[in-house]
Design a protein around this ligand. Structure first.
Ligand code: PLP
Ligand code: ZN
Length: 397
């Protein structure tokens, strides 16, 4: 039941696999029809919101609240996430003969990564739906964000994390009073543990794409990129890919902006690039035709903890984004991503997570291969701060 006070244009949820619609106004997880992710749809054509209305909105992702699923503003659980800066990387661009290189610094979000965007939305909706406690399998950053936003909302949280994750992630979860459970293995092993702990459905499971709303938080990066560049999109977006919510979400945003009529009809959408670690690169392996899909893929740990997602449920959606956008998928080695982190530190003063180092390393490879032209506008989506990764990075300078 939709009350009249809502600021949201949310209409329905639809199944990512078969398109069947489902109500957005009760608790939803995966679609009942296909056990696939559910995506939000909005009444984008019957509204009178214009780009100019954004000017007086808050400098956070909530400036786009009409296009977000929270129905009542009092349920917005916020720590000031979003509206992160776009930084021109002039020194690195000059060194490498590139015309325009831009970095969106998601490390400046609450809890130090873009996971704040998704979890702000998911926990807001959990609050709106009257949930009491949330549970999450995580490679690190998503767990910290869940713990923080649950604390902010007054909900309990349970975080299940690989034992080898750097200590800073674990300590911060404990500081927010989360129940922390450590598992030997990667995030898929943590997901199995979550299933076991949540057999009775006592917790709201905020696993990547297993509820519809984290994606909507990540989508706001696409709105911001467009607005911050005065609606002139870059040619290429480099995205460090784990579960893929950012890749899928940014693309969803561009499609919504087209439907709103906020992009000029001749505006070409960016080519989206999925960057992974060689140690765990299921999407690259499928994209290259070396396996039918990632369902049997076995991954290893990587310094970029957020990229260690061997069997992402969003694989079909990611592959659609790569093909629709004319994008590609590429893997980098552990040494290459550390070199990338070092470059961003030394030449630009940005201490990115290894995931951010990976996309800079991948950019150089794609320029060398001629897949990116030096005169193109390249946007690096740097997803997190390096500060929590000290166990992985110390001694590497
Ligand atoms: C989680 C994470 C990623 C991967 O994001 P997905 O949405 O799962 O693809 C990349 N970088 C960092 C720093 C992360 O925490
Ligand atoms: Zn379906």
């Amino acid at each position: 039941m939709q009350l009249l006070t809502t600021s949201s244009l949310l209409a329905d949820l639809y199944c990512a696999n078969c398109g069947q619609t489902h109500t957005a106004f009760s608790r939803q997880t995966l679609s009942v029809c296909c056990q696939a992710p559910l995506l939000c749809s909005y009444n984008l054509t019957e509204n009178n919101i214009s780009k100019a209305d954004l000017i007086n909105r808050p400098a956070s992702l909530w400036r786009y609240e009409a296009f977000l699923p929270v129905l009542h503003p009092e349920n917005q659980v916020s720590l000031g996430e979003g509206f992160t800066p776009l930084l021109a990387l002039k020194r690195l661009a000059a060194q490498h003969g590139l015309n325009r290189l831009t970095l969106k610094d998601e490390g400046l979000n609450p809890t130090g990564s873009f996971k704040a965007r998704g979890l702000s939305l998911a926990i807001s909706k959990a609050k709106e739906n009257g949930e009491r406690a949330c549970i999450i399998p995580t490679a690190g950053n998503a767990g910290v964000a869940t713990a923080a936003y649950c604390a902010r909302a007054g909900l309990e949280s349970v975080v299940v994390m690989p034992r080898h994750t750097p200590d800073a992630f674990k300590e911060e979860c404990l500081a927010y009073n989360a129940r922390l459970i450590l598992v030997d293995g990667l995030i898929n092993d943590c997901a199995a543990k979550v299933q076991e702990l949540n057999q009775n459905g006592d917790y709201f499971d905020v696993s990547t794409l297993k509820e519809p709303y984290r994606l909507e938080g990540k989508k706001t990066m696409g709105y911001e990129i467009a607005e911050q560049l005065d609606w002139q999109l870059p040619d290429v977006i480099m995205y460090p890919t784990g579960g893929g919510t950012g890749l899928i979400g940014i693309w969803k945003a561009f499609r919504e902006l087209q439907e709103l009529g906020w992009l000029s009809p001749d505006q070409r959408l960016p080519r989206m690039v999925a960057v992974q670690a060689q140690e765990c690169c299921p999407i690259v392996t499928t994209f290259d035709g070396k396996q039918p899909n990632c369902k049997q893929y076995v991954g290893k740990p990587t310094l970029a903890n957020g990229l260690a997602v061997p069997r992402p449920i969003g694989e079909p959606l990611m592959l659609s984004v790569l093909s629709e956008s004319g994008g590609t998928a590429i893997a980098v080695s552990e040494e290459e991503m550390v070199d990338g982190v070092r470059d961003l530190c030394r030449y630009e003063g940005i201490f990115a997570a290894p995931e951010g180092g990976a996309i800079w390393a991948a950019t150089q490879k794609l320029v060398q291969q001629g897949w990116i032209q030096p005169d193109e506008h390249i946007l690096l989506l740097s997803t997190g701060s390096g500060q929590k990764y000290m166990d992985n990075l110390k001694g590497k300078w």
